[in-house]
Design a protein around this ligand. Structure first.
Ligand SMILES: C[S@@+](CC[C@H](N)C(=O)[O-])C[C@H]1O[C@@H](n2cnc3c(N)ncnc32)[C@H](O)[C@@H]1O
Length: 224
């Protein structure tokens, strides 16, 4: 795959009725990477499933979707959209372990984002308190859980950005790359240049102050 892609920002569907938090990954990004890294019949995991962009794309493409999501309303929205194959669990990715799902071939996910300037805990959907350092510890914990579900040789794809707030940038993408590299072999990043208007009311056409995002690529090593 090229290490630089240009994609058109957008979503296939409106948010489900009663929801206004636009946290979704553009479908085109998920589709592009699942096409590259999976084949029909593969099991695809998203431990931060949100409204189910990864899971529904996987299902559309003949893969089998497995996911975890913290917010009950989002879990219900995903269940409304998915067929009978696969599974979505309401719970915390911080407790994910290998007993939850059968071995998966690929994980495509976007963790909840954090910056230096906030002290709310993204892993409790910004309810409890935390620090940026503790957040990064939790990122590593979540990906250790992903490791327990992933088959040897499986691919982990992480959609993430750096975050600009005024004249300060939180290097979130680089910090996440660093911590997930402690769990999986890092195979580099793909830079996504976004065309189009982006999220309403947020700066940069991917939001978060920039017109590009990163898809980080990792591999779970095969056992010797
Ligand atoms: C960036 S969004 C993912 C959006 C998703 N890719 C989509 O297109 O809908 C991150 C998601 O992680 C969820 N989340 C936050 N803490 C979590 C946790 N501890 N375990 C599982 N999911 C969590 C949030 O509720 C949010 O839906």
């Amino acid at each position: 795959m090229d290490t630089h892609l240009t994609l058109e920002f957008g979503h296939r569907d409106p948010l489900p009725p009663g929801h206004s938090d636009e946290v979704r990954t553009p479908d085109v990004l998920v589709e592009r990477f699942l096409e590259e890294y999976t084949v029909p019949g593969d099991r695809v995991l998203d431990p931060f499933a949100g409204f189910g962009t990864t899971l529904t794309a996987a299902e559309r493409m003949g893969r089998v979707p497995f996911g975890v999501e913290f917010e009950p309303g989002r879990v219900a929205a995903i269940r409304d959209r998915l067929g009978d194959e696969g599974e979505v669990r309401r719970g915390s990715a911080l407790h994910l372990d290998g007993s939850w799902f059968p071995p998966c071939d690929c994980c495509f996910t976007s963790p909840p984002f954090m910056t230096h300037s906030i002290d709310l805990n993204p892993f409790e959907n910004y309810a409890g308190e935390t620090t940026y350092g503790e957040y990064l510890d939790d990122v590593e914990t979540a990906f250790r859980g992903v490791r327990s579900v992933l088959a040897p040789g499986g691919t982990v794809l992480v959609d993430v950005v750096n975050v600009r707030e005024g004249d300060h940038v939180t290097p979130l993408a680089f910090d996440v790359a660093d911590r997930v590299s402690d769990v999986f072999r890092f195979d580099g990043e793909v830079v996504i240049e976004w065309e189009g208007d982006g999220y309403d009311g947020t700066p940069g056409n991917y939001g978060y102050g920039f017109d590009h995002s990163y898809c980080l690529v990792f591999e779970k090593e095969r056992e010797a």
